[in-house]
Structure formats: C-alpha cells, structure tokens
Write a protein of this length. Sequence first.
Length: 202
Amino acid sequence: MAADNRSAHPNIPGVPWWGAVLIAVVASAAGFAVDAGSGNGELTAVFATLFVLGCLAAVLAVRRNGLFTAVIQPPLILFVVVPGAYFLMHRDSIEGLKDILINCGYPLIERFPLMFFTSAAVLLIGLARWRTGNDIGRAQFRRLRHAPFTFLKHHGILLRWGIEPIGKVNGGGHNQALIGQSVSHIRHRSPTCKAGIKLIVP
C-alpha cells in the first residue's frame, strides 16, 4: 500500500479528505444533538468531548495526502457549529443583531481554549504522521533501489560492469576458461577494449 493512501496505522487504508471532514462534522453534530435534546440551551462537555474525538479520529483516519484538510478543520468547524447551534437553540429570543452577537458570538469566544488545544493536538499528530510518512517513503525508495542487487547477491550472482583491456580478457587460458564456463558475457567489440556487462555465476 502506498504511504500516501495509509491511515495512521500502516496496514489500514485511510479515508479521503472529505471523509475526514465527514468524521469531524458528524461527531460535532452528534454532540450538538445530545445537548439540544437535553433542553438546557447550552453546549456542554458532551459536545466538547465529541468534537475533540471527531477531530482526532479524522486526523488519524485520513490518508496522508489529506492531512492538510484534517489539520485546518477544527477551528473552521467550531466557527460554524457553535454559533449555528446557539442560533437554533435560542432563535425564539433573538430579535436583532445585538442578540445575535450576544447569543452566538460570545459562546464562540468562551470556547477559544477548546479550539486552541484541539487544533494544537491535531497539528502535532498531523506533523508526526507527515514526518513518519517521509521516513517510510525514503526507506521504501532505498529498498526498491537496492532490490536488484539484493536479489543477485541472494542467488550468488556477481554483477560487474566497466571497460577492461582486451588483452586481460583474451590474454590467458585461465581467463578464457572462466569466460567459457561460468560467465554470461555481453560485450561491445573494439580493437583495444571490451565494454559491457559481465554476469558471473559461481
């Protein structure tokens, strides 16, 4: 599985960016529904808890290429959900702009610590996942780069390439016998040198 398509768990595929938004929004909406159903007209710790859990779940579940969306969404969701929730819960008592600012704006200011610490936690997780993904990507690149040589070494095959004087190849019976018995030889004929790949199988 490509590193960009993983979730925080390397063996579990991640959700796309819109899936991360959906996770956080649904959790926040569930918290609002519980508090609205209680009839007290306030967003309580239930909303705060589900909001935090939704944002954390989103940044852990999202694909690595969707981390940016998961990292920036906590304050945006709070800016929309909190005023909207208080407007719905107090819409009968709102009569003008002043009431809107008091009933919808002030609760958002009160929840600045919630927004700050949630955003900080999500950012740290996102940075950790981004750094880990880079390390995994570099390790995979190194393994792929050395895979042909590892295969040849594992099977006892020595791969040599370069240019050798023609006399070194044809100058002695020992070298001639080695080439004839155990060397797969691809060469470019030249009056003075031999260029090519020599594949030696012990």
